[in-house]
Design a protein around this ligand. Structure first.
Ligand SMILES: Nc1nc2c(c(=O)[nH]1)N[C@H]1C(S)=C(S)[C@@H](COP(=O)(O)O)O[C@H]1N2
Ligand SMILES: [Mo]
Length: 388
Protein backbone atom coordinates (compact mmCIF):
# COMPACT_ATOMS: atom_id res chain seq x y z
CA UNK A 1 0.00 0.00 0.00
CA UNK A 2 2.67 2.33 1.22
CA UNK A 3 4.90 1.63 -1.78
CA UNK A 4 2.06 1.99 -4.22
CA UNK A 5 1.31 5.49 -2.91
CA UNK A 6 4.94 6.35 -3.16
CA UNK A 7 5.11 5.03 -6.71
CA UNK A 8 2.08 7.09 -7.64
CA UNK A 9 3.67 10.12 -6.07
CA UNK A 10 6.92 9.70 -7.99
CA UNK A 11 4.98 9.17 -11.17
CA UNK A 12 2.91 12.31 -10.56
CA UNK A 13 5.99 14.35 -9.81
CA UNK A 14 7.32 13.27 -13.20
CA UNK A 15 4.28 14.86 -14.82
CA UNK A 16 5.17 18.44 -15.51
CA UNK A 17 3.25 21.07 -17.31
CA UNK A 18 4.36 21.20 -20.94
CA UNK A 19 7.14 23.69 -21.44
CA UNK A 20 6.06 25.03 -24.84
CA UNK A 21 9.47 26.27 -25.75
CA UNK A 22 9.14 25.43 -29.44
CA UNK A 23 9.21 27.74 -32.38
CA UNK A 24 5.46 27.76 -32.62
CA UNK A 25 5.27 29.63 -29.37
CA UNK A 26 7.65 32.38 -30.34
CA UNK A 27 6.83 36.01 -31.12
CA UNK A 28 6.96 35.41 -34.85
CA UNK A 29 4.13 32.88 -34.72
CA UNK A 30 2.22 35.15 -32.36
CA UNK A 31 2.63 37.98 -34.88
CA UNK A 32 1.67 35.84 -37.87
CA UNK A 33 -1.53 34.61 -36.21
CA UNK A 34 -2.16 37.97 -34.58
CA UNK A 35 -2.19 39.78 -37.92
CA UNK A 36 -4.92 37.54 -39.25
CA UNK A 37 -6.87 37.67 -36.02
CA UNK A 38 -6.53 41.45 -35.98
CA UNK A 39 -7.87 41.66 -39.53
CA UNK A 40 -10.85 39.46 -38.65
CA UNK A 41 -11.59 41.52 -35.53
CA UNK A 42 -11.27 44.78 -37.44
CA UNK A 43 -13.84 43.74 -40.06
CA UNK A 44 -16.06 42.28 -37.35
CA UNK A 45 -15.88 45.49 -35.31
CA UNK A 46 -16.62 47.86 -38.19
CA UNK A 47 -19.49 45.74 -39.54
CA UNK A 48 -20.81 45.43 -35.99
CA UNK A 49 -20.84 49.22 -35.65
CA UNK A 50 -22.71 49.47 -38.95
CA UNK A 51 -25.28 47.01 -37.70
CA UNK A 52 -25.64 48.80 -34.40
CA UNK A 53 -26.09 52.26 -35.87
CA UNK A 54 -28.53 51.06 -38.52
CA UNK A 55 -30.64 49.67 -35.71
CA UNK A 56 -30.13 52.49 -33.24
CA UNK A 57 -29.25 55.59 -35.24
CA UNK A 58 -28.55 58.79 -33.33
CA UNK A 59 -31.36 61.28 -34.02
CA UNK A 60 -29.29 63.41 -36.42
CA UNK A 61 -28.52 60.37 -38.58
CA UNK A 62 -31.89 58.65 -38.69
CA UNK A 63 -33.15 60.50 -41.77
CA UNK A 64 -29.82 60.23 -43.55
CA UNK A 65 -29.31 56.48 -43.45
CA UNK A 66 -29.16 55.30 -47.07
CA UNK A 67 -31.65 52.80 -48.44
CA UNK A 68 -29.20 51.70 -51.12
CA UNK A 69 -27.50 49.49 -52.12
CA UNK A 70 -30.33 47.07 -51.39
CA UNK A 71 -27.83 44.36 -50.43
CA UNK A 72 -25.67 46.62 -48.21
CA UNK A 73 -26.74 45.28 -44.85
CA UNK A 74 -26.84 41.76 -46.16
CA UNK A 75 -23.15 42.06 -47.04
CA UNK A 76 -22.01 43.79 -43.85
CA UNK A 77 -23.90 41.50 -41.52
CA UNK A 78 -22.82 38.43 -43.47
CA UNK A 79 -19.23 39.62 -43.01
CA UNK A 80 -19.83 40.35 -39.33
CA UNK A 81 -20.91 36.81 -38.59
CA UNK A 82 -18.36 35.18 -40.93
CA UNK A 83 -15.40 37.11 -39.49
CA UNK A 84 -16.68 36.50 -35.96
CA UNK A 85 -16.73 32.75 -36.61
CA UNK A 86 -13.27 32.88 -38.23
CA UNK A 87 -12.03 34.80 -35.19
CA UNK A 88 -13.00 31.90 -32.91
CA UNK A 89 -10.55 29.62 -34.72
CA UNK A 90 -7.82 32.27 -34.93
CA UNK A 91 -8.25 33.25 -31.29
CA UNK A 92 -7.82 29.62 -30.25
CA UNK A 93 -4.62 29.32 -32.29
CA UNK A 94 -3.31 32.62 -30.99
CA UNK A 95 -3.99 31.68 -27.37
CA UNK A 96 -2.30 28.35 -27.95
CA UNK A 97 0.73 30.08 -29.44
CA UNK A 98 1.16 32.54 -26.57
CA UNK A 99 -0.10 30.21 -23.82
CA UNK A 100 3.31 29.79 -22.10
CA UNK A 101 3.65 33.53 -21.75
CA UNK A 102 0.24 33.87 -20.17
CA UNK A 103 1.44 31.68 -17.30
CA UNK A 104 4.99 32.99 -17.09
CA UNK A 105 6.61 33.13 -13.66
CA UNK A 106 6.90 35.46 -11.78
CA UNK A 107 3.52 36.86 -12.81
CA UNK A 108 4.59 40.44 -12.29
CA UNK A 109 8.08 41.87 -12.74
CA UNK A 110 7.49 45.60 -12.72
CA UNK A 111 4.73 48.15 -12.84
CA UNK A 112 5.02 48.32 -16.61
CA UNK A 113 4.89 44.54 -16.85
CA UNK A 114 1.86 44.44 -14.55
CA UNK A 115 0.02 46.96 -16.71
CA UNK A 116 0.88 45.06 -19.84
CA UNK A 117 -0.41 41.81 -18.39
CA UNK A 118 -3.55 43.50 -17.16
CA UNK A 119 -4.23 44.80 -20.66
CA UNK A 120 -3.71 41.31 -22.08
CA UNK A 121 -6.08 39.85 -19.49
CA UNK A 122 -8.69 42.41 -20.48
CA UNK A 123 -8.11 41.70 -24.15
CA UNK A 124 -8.43 37.93 -23.77
CA UNK A 125 -11.54 38.24 -21.61
CA UNK A 126 -13.26 40.75 -23.90
CA UNK A 127 -12.36 38.87 -27.09
CA UNK A 128 -13.58 35.53 -25.69
CA UNK A 129 -16.75 37.17 -24.42
CA UNK A 130 -17.51 38.71 -27.81
CA UNK A 131 -16.98 35.62 -29.93
CA UNK A 132 -18.80 33.33 -27.50
CA UNK A 133 -21.85 35.55 -26.97
CA UNK A 134 -21.94 36.14 -30.73
CA UNK A 135 -21.81 32.41 -31.41
CA UNK A 136 -24.63 31.66 -28.98
CA UNK A 137 -26.62 34.56 -30.36
CA UNK A 138 -26.57 33.23 -33.91
CA UNK A 139 -27.82 29.96 -32.43
CA UNK A 140 -30.58 32.01 -30.75
CA UNK A 141 -29.58 30.71 -27.36
CA UNK A 142 -29.34 33.30 -24.58
CA UNK A 143 -28.11 31.54 -21.44
CA UNK A 144 -27.34 34.80 -19.61
CA UNK A 145 -29.28 37.26 -17.49
CA UNK A 146 -28.38 40.40 -19.50
CA UNK A 147 -29.67 41.78 -22.74
CA UNK A 148 -27.41 40.69 -25.60
CA UNK A 149 -27.31 43.78 -27.82
CA UNK A 150 -26.12 46.52 -25.41
CA UNK A 151 -23.63 44.23 -23.65
CA UNK A 152 -22.17 42.79 -26.87
CA UNK A 153 -21.90 46.36 -28.17
CA UNK A 154 -20.23 47.75 -25.03
CA UNK A 155 -17.72 44.90 -24.69
CA UNK A 156 -16.81 45.35 -28.39
CA UNK A 157 -15.38 48.76 -27.45
CA UNK A 158 -13.43 47.21 -24.58
CA UNK A 159 -12.06 44.59 -26.96
CA UNK A 160 -11.20 47.16 -29.63
CA UNK A 161 -9.52 49.45 -27.09
CA UNK A 162 -7.48 46.66 -25.52
CA UNK A 163 -6.42 45.39 -28.97
CA UNK A 164 -5.17 48.86 -29.92
CA UNK A 165 -3.30 49.10 -26.63
CA UNK A 166 -1.85 45.63 -27.14
CA UNK A 167 -0.70 46.48 -30.67
CA UNK A 168 0.87 49.71 -29.40
CA UNK A 169 2.72 47.91 -26.59
CA UNK A 170 3.90 45.14 -28.91
CA UNK A 171 4.69 47.43 -31.84
CA UNK A 172 8.46 46.75 -31.80
CA UNK A 173 7.98 42.95 -31.87
CA UNK A 174 5.20 43.17 -34.43
CA UNK A 175 7.37 45.32 -36.66
CA UNK A 176 10.35 43.01 -36.52
CA UNK A 177 8.29 39.87 -37.13
CA UNK A 178 5.80 41.24 -39.64
CA UNK A 179 7.23 39.98 -42.90
CA UNK A 180 9.52 37.18 -44.02
CA UNK A 181 12.22 39.63 -44.99
CA UNK A 182 12.15 41.65 -41.80
CA UNK A 183 15.42 41.74 -39.83
CA UNK A 184 13.97 39.83 -36.89
CA UNK A 185 13.85 36.60 -38.87
CA UNK A 186 17.52 36.58 -39.75
CA UNK A 187 18.40 35.34 -36.29
CA UNK A 188 16.05 32.36 -36.52
CA UNK A 189 17.33 28.89 -37.37
CA UNK A 190 16.83 27.68 -40.92
CA UNK A 191 14.57 24.87 -39.73
CA UNK A 192 12.09 27.46 -38.57
CA UNK A 193 10.01 27.62 -41.73
CA UNK A 194 8.07 24.39 -42.28
CA UNK A 195 6.67 24.10 -38.77
CA UNK A 196 5.19 27.52 -38.72
CA UNK A 197 3.94 27.17 -42.25
CA UNK A 198 2.11 23.98 -41.25
CA UNK A 199 0.53 25.69 -38.28
CA UNK A 200 -0.62 28.62 -40.39
CA UNK A 201 -1.85 26.32 -43.15
CA UNK A 202 -3.73 24.26 -40.57
CA UNK A 203 -5.27 27.38 -39.07
CA UNK A 204 -6.16 28.61 -42.57
CA UNK A 205 -7.75 25.27 -43.42
CA UNK A 206 -9.79 25.36 -40.20
CA UNK A 207 -10.97 28.90 -40.92
CA UNK A 208 -11.79 27.85 -44.49
CA UNK A 209 -13.78 24.85 -43.29
CA UNK A 210 -15.74 26.87 -40.74
CA UNK A 211 -16.44 29.58 -43.31
CA UNK A 212 -17.46 27.22 -46.11
CA UNK A 213 -19.83 25.25 -43.90
CA UNK A 214 -21.55 28.32 -42.47
CA UNK A 215 -21.40 31.16 -44.98
CA UNK A 216 -24.13 29.54 -47.11
CA UNK A 217 -26.65 30.86 -44.58
CA UNK A 218 -26.13 34.26 -46.19
CA UNK A 219 -24.20 33.62 -49.39
CA UNK A 220 -26.94 31.58 -51.01
CA UNK A 221 -24.90 30.19 -53.96
CA UNK A 222 -23.05 28.20 -51.27
CA UNK A 223 -26.19 27.13 -49.43
CA UNK A 224 -25.62 23.46 -50.30
CA UNK A 225 -22.51 23.57 -48.08
CA UNK A 226 -24.35 25.18 -45.17
CA UNK A 227 -23.97 22.24 -42.80
CA UNK A 228 -22.98 23.94 -39.55
CA UNK A 229 -24.82 27.26 -39.51
CA UNK A 230 -27.84 27.32 -37.22
CA UNK A 231 -30.11 28.41 -40.06
CA UNK A 232 -30.54 27.21 -43.61
CA UNK A 233 -31.77 29.88 -46.04
CA UNK A 234 -34.42 27.59 -47.56
CA UNK A 235 -35.90 26.14 -44.39
CA UNK A 236 -39.15 27.77 -43.37
CA UNK A 237 -42.63 28.46 -44.65
CA UNK A 238 -42.60 29.80 -48.22
CA UNK A 239 -38.92 28.79 -48.41
CA UNK A 240 -37.83 31.57 -46.07
CA UNK A 241 -36.63 31.18 -42.45
CA UNK A 242 -38.66 32.58 -39.58
CA UNK A 243 -37.30 33.87 -36.30
CA UNK A 244 -40.50 34.69 -34.50
CA UNK A 245 -43.59 32.74 -35.51
CA UNK A 246 -47.12 34.12 -35.45
CA UNK A 247 -47.92 31.77 -32.57
CA UNK A 248 -44.92 33.00 -30.56
CA UNK A 249 -45.94 36.60 -31.22
CA UNK A 250 -49.50 35.87 -30.07
CA UNK A 251 -51.06 36.66 -33.45
CA UNK A 252 -54.37 34.79 -33.49
CA UNK A 253 -57.17 34.55 -36.04
CA UNK A 254 -59.28 36.36 -33.46
CA UNK A 255 -56.89 39.34 -33.49
CA UNK A 256 -56.88 39.47 -37.27
CA UNK A 257 -60.65 39.36 -37.72
CA UNK A 258 -61.17 43.13 -37.72
CA UNK A 259 -57.74 43.93 -39.10
CA UNK A 260 -57.38 47.23 -40.89
CA UNK A 261 -54.32 49.27 -41.70
CA UNK A 262 -54.51 52.59 -39.89
CA UNK A 263 -52.47 55.49 -41.19
CA UNK A 264 -52.04 58.43 -38.83
CA UNK A 265 -50.93 61.63 -40.60
CA UNK A 266 -52.20 64.99 -41.75
CA UNK A 267 -55.08 63.15 -43.47
CA UNK A 268 -55.65 59.98 -41.41
CA UNK A 269 -57.38 56.98 -42.93
CA UNK A 270 -57.81 53.23 -42.61
CA UNK A 271 -57.98 50.49 -45.23
CA UNK A 272 -58.93 46.83 -45.02
CA UNK A 273 -57.02 44.13 -46.85
CA UNK A 274 -59.31 44.13 -49.89
CA UNK A 275 -58.87 47.89 -50.25
CA UNK A 276 -55.11 47.60 -49.92
CA UNK A 277 -55.09 45.02 -52.70
CA UNK A 278 -57.00 47.46 -54.92
CA UNK A 279 -54.22 50.05 -54.69
CA UNK A 280 -51.45 50.05 -57.33
CA UNK A 281 -49.11 47.22 -56.39
CA UNK A 282 -45.34 47.22 -56.73
CA UNK A 283 -42.84 44.38 -56.73
CA UNK A 284 -39.36 44.31 -55.24
CA UNK A 285 -36.71 41.65 -54.97
CA UNK A 286 -35.16 42.27 -51.58
CA UNK A 287 -33.33 40.27 -48.94
CA UNK A 288 -34.31 39.67 -45.37
CA UNK A 289 -30.94 39.97 -43.66
CA UNK A 290 -31.22 38.86 -40.07
CA UNK A 291 -28.73 40.21 -37.55
CA UNK A 292 -28.15 36.58 -36.60
CA UNK A 293 -26.41 36.03 -39.90
CA UNK A 294 -28.83 34.32 -42.25
CA UNK A 295 -30.16 36.17 -45.25
CA UNK A 296 -32.24 35.34 -48.31
CA UNK A 297 -33.67 37.33 -51.17
CA UNK A 298 -37.31 37.00 -52.09
CA UNK A 299 -39.88 38.58 -54.39
CA UNK A 300 -42.15 40.84 -52.44
CA UNK A 301 -45.35 42.46 -53.65
CA UNK A 302 -47.41 45.19 -52.02
CA UNK A 303 -48.05 48.88 -51.73
CA UNK A 304 -45.08 51.29 -51.60
CA UNK A 305 -44.99 52.95 -48.20
CA UNK A 306 -44.47 56.31 -49.89
CA UNK A 307 -47.80 55.92 -51.71
CA UNK A 308 -49.51 55.21 -48.39
CA UNK A 309 -47.88 58.29 -46.90
CA UNK A 310 -48.80 60.46 -49.88
CA UNK A 311 -52.40 59.37 -49.42
CA UNK A 312 -52.18 60.65 -45.84
CA UNK A 313 -51.18 64.07 -47.15
CA UNK A 314 -47.41 63.75 -46.79
CA UNK A 315 -45.16 65.51 -49.28
CA UNK A 316 -42.75 62.95 -50.86
CA UNK A 317 -39.57 62.55 -48.87
CA UNK A 318 -40.65 64.90 -46.10
CA UNK A 319 -41.48 62.46 -43.32
CA UNK A 320 -40.19 59.56 -41.31
CA UNK A 321 -42.65 56.93 -40.19
CA UNK A 322 -43.32 54.80 -37.13
CA UNK A 323 -44.60 51.32 -37.82
CA UNK A 324 -46.61 49.45 -35.19
CA UNK A 325 -47.23 45.72 -35.21
CA UNK A 326 -50.28 43.90 -33.97
CA UNK A 327 -47.96 41.89 -31.77
CA UNK A 328 -48.74 42.63 -28.12
CA UNK A 329 -45.17 42.74 -26.78
CA UNK A 330 -41.69 41.97 -27.97
CA UNK A 331 -38.74 44.18 -28.81
CA UNK A 332 -39.75 44.54 -32.46
CA UNK A 333 -43.35 45.62 -32.06
CA UNK A 334 -42.63 49.26 -32.89
CA UNK A 335 -40.11 50.34 -35.51
CA UNK A 336 -39.12 53.71 -36.88
CA UNK A 337 -37.93 54.32 -40.40
CA UNK A 338 -36.07 57.43 -41.60
CA UNK A 339 -37.00 59.46 -44.64
CA UNK A 340 -34.63 57.80 -47.09
CA UNK A 341 -36.27 54.45 -46.43
CA UNK A 342 -39.79 55.84 -46.32
CA UNK A 343 -39.45 57.48 -49.73
CA UNK A 344 -37.64 54.62 -51.48
CA UNK A 345 -39.96 53.11 -54.12
CA UNK A 346 -38.77 49.64 -53.08
CA UNK A 347 -39.93 50.07 -49.49
CA UNK A 348 -43.20 48.19 -49.38
CA UNK A 349 -46.01 47.32 -47.12
CA UNK A 350 -45.76 43.78 -48.47
CA UNK A 351 -48.86 41.65 -48.95
CA UNK A 352 -47.26 38.83 -50.93
CA UNK A 353 -44.07 36.79 -50.79
CA UNK A 354 -42.81 34.96 -53.89
CA UNK A 355 -46.19 35.50 -55.52
CA UNK A 356 -48.26 34.04 -52.67
CA UNK A 357 -50.23 35.68 -49.90
CA UNK A 358 -47.93 36.11 -46.88
CA UNK A 359 -48.05 33.14 -44.54
CA UNK A 360 -48.95 33.94 -40.91
CA UNK A 361 -45.32 33.46 -39.86
CA UNK A 362 -44.12 35.96 -42.44
CA UNK A 363 -46.45 38.66 -41.18
CA UNK A 364 -49.89 38.17 -42.72
CA UNK A 365 -51.78 40.32 -43.54
CA UNK A 366 -49.06 42.96 -44.08
CA UNK A 367 -45.43 43.52 -43.25
CA UNK A 368 -42.66 45.97 -44.00
CA UNK A 369 -39.89 45.13 -46.42
CA UNK A 370 -37.28 47.80 -47.09
CA UNK A 371 -33.91 47.79 -48.85
CA UNK A 372 -30.61 47.85 -46.94
CA UNK A 373 -32.11 47.28 -43.50
CA UNK A 374 -31.55 44.77 -40.70
CA UNK A 375 -34.13 41.96 -40.54
CA UNK A 376 -35.26 43.04 -37.08
CA UNK A 377 -36.66 46.21 -38.64
CA UNK A 378 -38.73 44.38 -41.28
CA UNK A 379 -41.77 44.52 -39.05
CA UNK A 380 -44.41 41.81 -39.41
CA UNK A 381 -48.17 41.93 -38.74
CA UNK A 382 -48.26 45.67 -39.32
CA UNK A 383 -51.45 47.44 -38.36
CA UNK A 384 -50.53 51.07 -38.01
CA UNK A 385 -48.31 53.66 -39.72
CA UNK A 386 -47.70 56.95 -37.96
CA UNK A 387 -46.27 59.87 -39.89
CA UNK A 388 -43.56 61.56 -37.85
N1 LIG B 1 -43.58 42.20 -35.28
C1 LIG B 1 -42.40 41.57 -35.46
N2 LIG B 1 -41.76 41.69 -36.62
C2 LIG B 1 -40.57 41.07 -36.83
C3 LIG B 1 -39.99 40.28 -35.81
C4 LIG B 1 -40.69 40.18 -34.58
O1 LIG B 1 -40.24 39.51 -33.65
N3 LIG B 1 -41.88 40.83 -34.44
N4 LIG B 1 -38.78 39.67 -36.04
C5 LIG B 1 -37.90 40.33 -37.01
C6 LIG B 1 -36.71 39.58 -37.35
S1 LIG B 1 -35.56 39.41 -36.15
C7 LIG B 1 -36.46 39.16 -38.63
S2 LIG B 1 -34.96 38.51 -39.06
C8 LIG B 1 -37.50 39.20 -39.67
C9 LIG B 1 -37.67 37.82 -40.23
O2 LIG B 1 -38.73 37.79 -41.13
P1 LIG B 1 -39.34 36.40 -41.58
O3 LIG B 1 -39.73 35.67 -40.34
O4 LIG B 1 -40.48 36.70 -42.48
O5 LIG B 1 -38.23 35.68 -42.32
O6 LIG B 1 -38.72 39.66 -39.16
C10 LIG B 1 -38.63 40.74 -38.28
N5 LIG B 1 -39.95 41.23 -38.00
MO1 LIG C 1 -33.60 38.82 -37.17
Amino acid sequence: MESRTRRLRTRLSAVRPPTFAGRLHDPRTATAVGRRLGAAFAVCFVTGLISHYLQHPPPWAADRLPSRPVWGYRLTQGLHVATGLAAIVLLAVKLWAVYPRLFAWPPVKSVRHALERLSVALLVAAALFEVLTGLLNIAEWYPWPFSFVPVHFAVAWVAAGSILLHVAVKAPQIRSHWSRRSPGTLALPAADGPDRRSLLLGAGAAVGAVTLTTVGQALTPLKALDLLAPRHPDHGPQALPVNRTAAAAGISRELLRDWRLEVAGPVPYALDLAQLRELPQARARLPIACVEGWSVSADWGGVPIRDLLARAGVRPGSAAVRVVSLEAGGAYRVMEMGRQYAQDPLTLLALTLNGQVLSPDHGFPARVIAPNRPGVLQTKWVHRLEVL
